[in-house]
Ligand binder design. Structure first.
Ligand code: NAP
Length: 212
């Protein structure tokens, strides 16, 4: 009798999370549901490869905020892999390490913002990268998908051409919330309640982040 072993499907939620907000949490939950994922691993970037911004909180603080935000959801976990790795957090290195850790029965789905995804062909080792994962690109309603046509990807994630990324698009209304706006609000003493989980808001305000 042949044994049909079920493949394990893991979402890797990549982002700077500076700070994490409800748009990210809704994105992960929607990806979990739509792609029948077994769990979502939040992966705060240690040193984002393309950013040198003084507004970016130290990795340990962004990690902590991500843990606080995801704690109530049993399907969400947070990884320290990128924040502990030295040097820029290249996604290809992360996915290679995760494939090694999880083994050949696991499929990885890299979930992130559409603006990041459409540049993936410029990321480190792009050719290798596109073989390691399917991408889930989160957009807000009204986002133009023209750019994705230029990438020659199939937005529905159907079909597969060697060397081309597999990208599925998911529309997330609550992505109208953005980390940039939250930082601005904190600086201007405007409320962030209901944009981020309560514990995240309390920790941000208690720590005085983005105040100077
Ligand atoms: P970003 O350029 O700051 O974000 C682009 C847009 O996507 C923003 O609107 C952002 O909103 C949103 N976004 C970011 N992460 C998201 C998520 N997980 N779910 C939903 N929306 C998200 O992107 P980033 O955070 O720096 O990078 C995204 C991921 O791509 C990270 O894992 C990063 O390491 C990876 N990356 C890798 C390379 C490489 O390997 N060479 C290069 C670039 C990026 P918010 O600001 O509100 O989050």
């Amino acid at each position: 009798m042949s044994e049909n072993k079920k493949r394990i499907r893991i979402g890797i939620m990549g982002g700077t999370f500076n700070p994490i907000h409800y748009g990210h949490l809704v994105t992960a939950e929607e990806a979990l549901f739509q792609f029948k994922l077994d769990k979502v691993v939040f992966m705060p970037a240690g040193v984002p490869p393309h950013k040198r911004d003084k507004e970016i909180l130290p990795p340990e603080e962004r990690y902590l905020l991500t843990v606080i935000a995801t704690a109530p959801n049993p399907d969400f976990v947070v990884s320290r892999l990128e924040i502990e790795r030295k040097g820029p957090s290249y996604t290809v290195d992360t996915l290679l390490e995760l494939h090694e850790r999880y083994g050949p029965e696991t499929d990885l789905f890299f979930i992130t913002g559409a603006d990041a995804v459409w540049e993936i062909l410029a990321w480190k080792d792009a050719e290798r990268l596109v073989e390691l994962t399917e991408f889930i690109a989160a957009t807000r309603p009204g986002y133009s998908l023209e750019k994705f046509k230029k990438l020659h990807v199939l937005p529905e994630g159907k079909g597969r051409e060697k060397g081309k990324p597999r990208v599925s698009i998911i529309e997330i209304p609550s992505l109208a919330i953005s980390s940039t706006d939250i930082r601005r609000r904190v600086r201007e003493d405007r409320p962030i309640r209901y944009l981020v989980p309560e514990g995240v808001a309390s920790y941000i305000l208690k720590s005085g982040f983005w105040k100077d």
